[in-house]
Design a protein around this ligand. Structure first.
Ligand SMILES: [Zn+2]
Length: 302
């Protein structure tokens, strides 16, 4: 293999429970090349890059669970050395991410090999999931960062806010070629609706099958989750083969920013000319660098 790009994306899957079709649904995101490309444009300390890769994998996972046309955003704010953590994904599969680091700490270069210590890196704070459908509305869920890692924080969100039975594994690690591996595996039990939006509790059999699925998922090791030699499909069958698993086509996720010269122009056009000249460097040109993709956009003050 000569550096062939693996397609990155989210593999949706379904399982029946106690005879109820598709009672459990899952998502398995693997973003190795996409996370590597995005992180290569930044110069984050190791633990920060790991947290950022985890956030991208989780955002990719969650973006495909919602039936919407718009943008899914994962954003965390804290008062530790990492002030902002952000990853967003469009319904078309374009992902971007950035992390704002301000301050120093031994934690930033802390040894890897386990989940990124979000609690220490961000010093508490909040994690928000936002679905923005433009004119069709905006939904946001927020959870305090009170757990050691991103998996724990997200699990708290699903437990307290969504009240959907959820199992989640998120992991990232550097590879030998200065790139990254990033995966997120999520499993949810979709409650049965009893009419008028009411949600029925799980039957005893269904609760048992959900428990079995969670137990099987818990056998998945960090190495398996991140192993590039083990395909997403193969890992799902290895884990859930004894259940009624069906795997759907891969939803591709690509490294694509939404910045453009037009957006920069729109942002600057209403500023008074004197203010624009103050921002300008030589030749009356303002250079705006995108915080996501680091691309420099040039705007000439007329
Ligand atoms: Zn950009």
């Amino acid at each position: 293999m000569t550096g062939a790009m693996m397609p990155c994306g989210v593999l949706p899957f379904m399982m029946d429970a106690a005879g109820r079709p598709s009672a459990m649904r899952g998502r398995f995101a693997r973003l190795d090349d996409v996370a590597s490309a995005i992180l290569s444009r930044h110069d984050y300390p190791l633990a920060v890059a790991e947290l950022s890769a985890e956030a991208m994998a989780l955002a990719a996972c969650l973006s495909t669970t919602m039936s919407f046309d718009g943008i899914f955003t994962l954003q965390a704010s804290g008062s530790g050395p990492v002030k902002t953590l952000m990853a967003d994904v469009t319904s078309e599969g374009a992902i971007r991410g950035f992390t704002h680091v301000d301050g120093d700490s031994d934690i930033l270069d802390s040894p890897l090999g386990g989940p990124a210590p979000i609690m220490h890196l961000m010093g508490g704070g909040y994690l928000a999931f936002t679905v923005d459908q433009g004119e069709k509305g905006r939904y946001q869920g927020i959870v305090p960062i009170e757990d050691a890692d991103l998996t724990g924080v997200s699990m708290r969100y699903f437990r307290d806010s969504e009240q959907i039975d959820t199992a989640l594994l998120v992991a990232a690690e550097p590879d030998q070629n200065s790139g990254w591996r990033a995966s997120a595996l999520m499993l949810q039990r979709i409650p049965e609706e009893g009419g008028e939006g009411a949600v029925l509790p799980a039957s005893k059999e269904e609760a048992e099958e959900w428990h079995t699925a969670c137990t099987l998922m818990a056998t998945c090791t960090r190495d398996e989750l991140l192993d590039p030699a083990l395909s997403q499909q193969d890992l799902l069958y290895r884990l859930f083969n004894q259940l009624n698993l069906s795997v759907l086509p891969l939803r591709e996720i690509r490294d694509e920013c939404r910045c453009s010269p037009e957006k920069v122009e729109r942002m600057l056009e209403d500023l008074p000319r004197e203010e624009k000249l103050e921002l300008a460097e030589k030749d009356n040109t303002i250079v705006i660098s995108c915080e996501f993709c680091k691309k420099a956009h040039h705007y000439v003050v007329e």
